[in-house]
Design a protein around this ligand. Structure first.
Ligand SMILES: [Mg+2]
Length: 231
C-alpha cells in the first residue's frame, strides 16, 4: 500500500445526489448512505486515535497538581476510558485539565497518523474525522477544528464532524478507542477498535497503531462490511 496523497483529500465538500429512497431496497439504501460516489465512508475518531489524548491531559494534570502541591492523579497506566474515577479532589484536577483552553492546542498526533490519514483517503474511502467536543470545555469545538487544520491540513477541517452521538453518523466503519459506543441510533458502521489498555476486552476488529498492517486491516474490514451491507 503506497502512501500517496489522493487529490480527493483536497477537494471541497462534495454534494451527494441521492436517488429516491422509495425506489431502493434496504440493502441498496444501506450502501447508498454509507458511500459517496461509490467510495465507502470511513469515520475516524480523534482523541486517543489520531491525537495523543491521555499524554496531553497528563501534562496538564501534572502542572495543575504541582501548583496545588498535591500528587499528579493521572498516569499513562490509567485503566478505564472514563478518567474521573478518583476522589473528588483528584477528579477536579482532571476535569480542569480536560477543560483547559491549552489542551487541544498541545496535543501531538499519533505516530504515523498524518500519513495514514492521507493513505486511507487515497486507497480506502472517503474519510471523515468524527469527534465529540465536551460541552464543559467552552473552546473545544473551535480548538479541535484548529488542531485538525494545523496537523492534517486546512482541507481536513472541512471533514471534521463534531457530535455527541456517533451512532447518528453514516459510514461503513468507525475507528474509535471508546470501549462501547452508544447512542440513540442503530449504526450501520462497524466499530474498529483502536487498541488501548482500557478497551482490551472489547470484541471486534482491532488495530494497534497506524502501521501499514493496520491500514490493510481497515481496508479488509471496509470491504467485508460493504458486502454485509449489500446483503
Ligand atoms: Mg477517542
Amino acid at each position: 500500500m503506497s502512501s500517496s496523497i489522493a487529490p480527493a483529500a483536497a477537494t471541497p465538500r462534495q454534494r451527494i445526489t441521492m436517488p429516491s429512497t422509495a425506489k431502493l431496497s434496504s440493502s441498496a439504501l444501506a450502501q447508498a448512505v454509507t458511500t459517496i460516489d461509490g467510495r465507502p465512508i470511513v469515520l475516524c475518531d480523534i482523541d486517543g486515535v489520531k491525537a495523543k489524548w491521555l499524554p496531553g491531559v497528563i501534562r496538564l494534570t501534572q502542572r495543575i497538581a504541582a501548583e496545588r502541591g498535591v500528587p499528579n492523579p493521572l498516569t499513562l497506566e490509567h485503566p478505564t476510558w472514563d478518567m474521573l474515577t478518583y476522589d473528588e479532589d483528584a477528579n477536579e484536577i482532571i476535569r480542569e485539565a480536560m477543560c483547559h483552553p491549552e489542551l487541544y492546542g498541545s496535543l501531538e498526533p499519533e505516530d504515523g497518523s498524518v500519513e495514514a490519514l492521507h493513505t486511507m483517503q487515497a486507497e480506502i474511502g472517503e474519510v471523515f474525522l468524527a469527534s465529540t467536543a465536551m460541552p464543559s470545555n467552552p473552546t473545544a469545538h473551535s480548538a479541535k477544528a484548529e488542531w485538525v487544520g494545523r496537523v492534517y491540513g486546512t482541507q481536513w477541517a472541512d471533514r471534521l464532524i463534531l457530535t455527541a452521538d456517533k451512532t447518528a453518523l453514516r459510514g461503513v466503519v468507525l475507528i474509535d478507542d471508546k470501549p462501547e459506543i452508544t447512542g440513540v441510533m442503530r449504526p450501520l458502521w462497524e466499530h474498529i477498535v483502536f487498541h488501548r489498555r482500557y478497551n482490551a476486552e472489547t470484541a471486534g476488529v482491532r488495530i494497534h497503531d497506524w502501521s501499514e498492517e493496520s491500514l490493510e486491516t481497515i481496508a479488509a474490514t471496509v470491504e467485508r462490511r460493504l458486502h454485509e451491507l449489500a446483503g
